[in-house]
Design a protein around this ligand. Structure first.
Ligand code: ADP
Ligand code: ZN
Length: 734
């Protein structure tokens, strides 16, 4: 695991050229090294850890075609779209494609034009496909979501078992498995099922350090949810509820309160579910309220918060669902709002399970319960639950470490009072009963047992019984008490006896409601927004959406939030500066650079902040090179305007001013606006103008994509833009 990649390797170059990243995330270098050296590997990294690049970058640098096995069409499609956006030739084959499309892909493969081919396991393992691949130079095989091969995993897919034959069919090709599921059993299974040979095992840390976990009693849930949502205006979030009914109610309430929200659960039609999911992915809707049914195959990178309005049934579920937040590595919030009733609900559902399964499910529930009641760092508990150790003293990213939990004044004495009572009732009663005795209840069964005569009876009579129950849970979750037998009677453990002797002090929280105001601000969060012009960020976000619509991909595939923030921080004024922004590679510079520079330029003009496209000392990142280029950009625009006046074609102007056609198109829109040109000839013809004029009458607004579709895809986006610009200046029809 000492493999390091020095700065000159082709892998690092590829990372920068195609993705615009300048460093490897933990274990990525090692994982890529295994691929290029043809050593089988199993790579376990948490969600958002950056698994895909571990096989995508080597696929680019190695000769031949990499095969990527993936379980869902939506996942394949997103990855292929993202690769293409970065300028990497990739494709996926699936049953929903017409034969002609598959033919086209086959031809491209034969010509050696593709670097990656995504395919579902059942399709890859057909004789036809395997025969076809016999004559293809396969660089390696990557198995994504590899835990699907294991019956021990949470997502077993029998068709993954067919992958066993790959080892024999491709004896000299490396096979690499990628998953976020960590258990030893699953890992072992992957190695055996795939027949991997002395596979390199690379296991990353399971800590998601950019997630801020907060756990809170559920009270006025709508109010609690709204206060989180309000802290993230315009940003994406997921709200998980236990039941469909709760989903519908929550979605309704939010919708009525003016939030654009969509429900998602198994009770909706396929069509609706797809629609709601797409609206979320495309940033048309910010909030999805969902059951656990939502999330598989969602790799939207900019989900900024996940709220649970009830406790999930295991920490595995919790980890997975919260894992959908902050995949881009930027901070994101996870709120868990729970009640004791959640566990009653879950246990009722467990009722019919066979013994073994019941025990396992019940154990999972108990871990979840301890997590809810716990007062130990949330990151630590989660990481340790998944079998790793957590070193940090203070994570700085959970309610416990951020000290949003208030401790009682004297936890030792309070703990001793409670434990003594457990001893006094002879370790024969459950939590509810003990709490009743402590608060001085005169219920018949207590009087019958003579427990009103105990010294501990009424010892906490000034406290509410529910609060005492909470403390009992907290003591249990810290191991001072344990529950035993069918009736869950409380017993004092060995550690509990230490507490009674005053040798250990528990953490007990004040009964008063914890500080509830959800502030976004944590240290990391403040840092990641530092220097960001938030209004410009908004402008760029709109531009990203517009571009995504044109390219028919989700916005996060165009650029991640990290990139937009960096742009709104650095405000580059030249393509060279743009290229250096995190997450910007060669292709995206060529394709989107002009549009983004233009937006930044215009924002500087309208916002009254220093205009970065003219040489001004206020520009943070502008070196001497940038400034001269900046001047030449304005010169190019002016020159282009002059040429437009002469009626020169876009291509001619592009050559003359040494700019991409896309940049010059942007200039033309400005030119039309500035000169109020109602007849945009010769750049489009009269017929096209007329068609756009007609088409927009049928539509509620001037959105490009719908117009493009209404025109049957026959008018290019740029032409539609020119037409729309000109139509503003057309005299009203008489
Ligand atoms: P996983 O599949 O492990 O959940 P992804 O492969 O989707 O994670 O990566 C998560 C995000 O991190 C993506 O937006 C990806 O582009 C980004 N990423 C991956 N590697 C790096 C890196 N070395 N530097 C910066 N960002 C990266
Ligand atoms: Zn913590």
């Amino acid at each position: 695991m000492t493999a390091t990649i020095d700065s000159s390797t082709p892998l690092r170059d590829a990372l920068f050229k195609y993705w615009g990243y300048d460093s490897f995330r933990p274990l990525q270098a090692e994982a890529m090294q295994a691929v290029v050296e043809h050593r089988d590997s199993v790579v376990v990294l948490p969600t958002g850890g950056g698994k895909s690049i571990c096989f995508q970058a080597p696929a680019v640098t190695m000769p031949g075609l990499a095969l990527v096995v993936s379980p869902l069409i939506s996942l394949m499609k997103d990855q292929v779209d993202a690769l293409k956006e970065c300028g990497i030739p990739a494709a996926c084959v699936n049953s929903s494609q017409p034969a002609s499309e598959r033919q086209r892909i086959a031809t491209a493969i034969r010509r050696g034009e593709l670097k990656l081919l995504y395919v579902a396991p059942e399709r890859l393992c057909t004789d036809k496909m395997l025969d076809f691949l016999k004559d293809v130079n396969v660089s390696f095989i990557a198995i994504d979501e590899a835990h699907c091969i294991s019956a021990w995993g949470h997502d077993f897919r029998p068709e993954y078992r067919m992958l066993r034959q790959l080892r024999e069919r491709f004896p000299n090709v490396g096979v690499h498995a990628y998953t976020a599921t960590a258990t030893q059993q699953v890992r072992q299974d992957i190695v055996e099922q795939l027949g991997l040979k002395s596979a390199e095992l690379l296991i990353g840390s399971f800590d998601r350090s950019n997630l801020v976990y907060r756990v809170q009693r559920r009270a006025d849930v709508l109010k609690q949810v709204r206060s989180v949502v309000d802290a993230y205006p315009g940003e994406s979030g997921i709200i998980y509820c236990i039941s469909r009914r709760e989903v519908d109610e929550m979605a309704d309430s939010l919708q009525r309160a003016g939030y654009k929200t969509r429900p998602y659960h198994a009770g909706l039609s396929d069509v609706d579910r797809h629609k709601h999911q797409d609206e979320f992915l495309n940033d048309d809707v910010q909030i999805v309220v969902a059951t656990v049914a939502f999330g598989m195959g969602i790799d939207k990178s900019n989900v900024r918060y996940v709220i649970h309005t009830g406790a999930p049934k295991s920490l595995e579920h919790y980890q997975q669902e919260t894992g959908r937040a902050g995949r881009d590595g930027l901070e994101a919030s996870c709120w868990l709002l729970w009640t004791a009733g959640n566990f009653v609900t879950w246990r009722k559902m467990l009722g019919d399970l066979p013994d073994d399964a019941f025990r396992q499910a019940d154990n999972s529930l108990r871990s979840m319960e301890r997590f809810c009641n716990g007062v130990v760092c949330r990151h630590k508990v989660l990481v340790e639950h998944f079998g790793q150790t957590y070193e940090k003293e203070n994570c700085g990213a959970c309610d416990v470490c951020l000290e949003q939990l208030d401790q009682v004044a004297d936890p030792l004495v309070l703990g001793q009072k409670i434990l003594s009572c457990v001893v006094r009732v002879k370790e024969n009663f459950g939590a509810e009963y003990v709490a009743q005795v402590l608060t001085g209840s005169q219920e018949a069964r207590i009087l019958d047992n003579g427990h009103d005569k105990l010294t501990t009876w009424g010892l906490l009579k000034d406290e509410k019984k529910n609060h005492v129950r909470d403390w009992i849970e907290q003591l249990a979750s810290q191991g001072y008490l344990q529950r035993v037998g069918e009736y869950n009677v409380l017993q004092v453990t060995a550690t509990g006896r230490e507490l009674l002797r005053g040798e250990a002090t528990p953490l007990l929280l004040k009964a008063a409601v914890k500080k509830t105001t959800p502030s976004r601000a944590t240290r990391t969060e403040a840092a990641s927004w530092e220097g960001v012009d938030t209004r410009l960020f908004e402008v760029l976000r709109q531009l990203r959406r517009q571009i995504a619509t044109e390219h028919n991909v989700p916005p996060f595939i165009v650029f991640g939030d990290t990139t937009l923030r960096d742009l709104a921080r650095q405000r580059p004024t030249t393509l060279a500066g743009f290229r250096l922004i995190h997450g910007v590679g060669d292709k995206k510079t060529a394709e989107y650079g002009a549009a983004f520079l233009e937006a930044i330029h215009q924002h500087a003009g309208t916002s009254g902040t220093a205009d970065n496209s003219v040489p001004a000392p206020a520009v943070r990142s502008a070196g001497p090179l940038e400034r001269t280029e900046a001047v030449s950009m304005s010169v190019a625009r002016q020159r282009a305007f002059d040429l437009f006046k002469e009626g020169k074609s876009l291509e001619d102007v592009a050559v003359a001013v040494d700019r991409a056609v896309s940049t010059v198109s942007q200039y033309l829109v400005e030119f039309i606006n500035q000169t109020q040109l109602s007849e945009p000839f010769p750049w489009i013809d009269a017929e096209t103008l007329a068609r756009v004029r007609e088409a927009r009458k049928q539509l509620p607004d001037d959105k490009l994509r719908p117009l493009f579709d209404a025109l049957g895809g026959t008018v290019p986006f740029n032409a539609i833009r020119f037409a729309l610009a000109s139509l503003q200046f057309e005299p009203p029809a008489s």
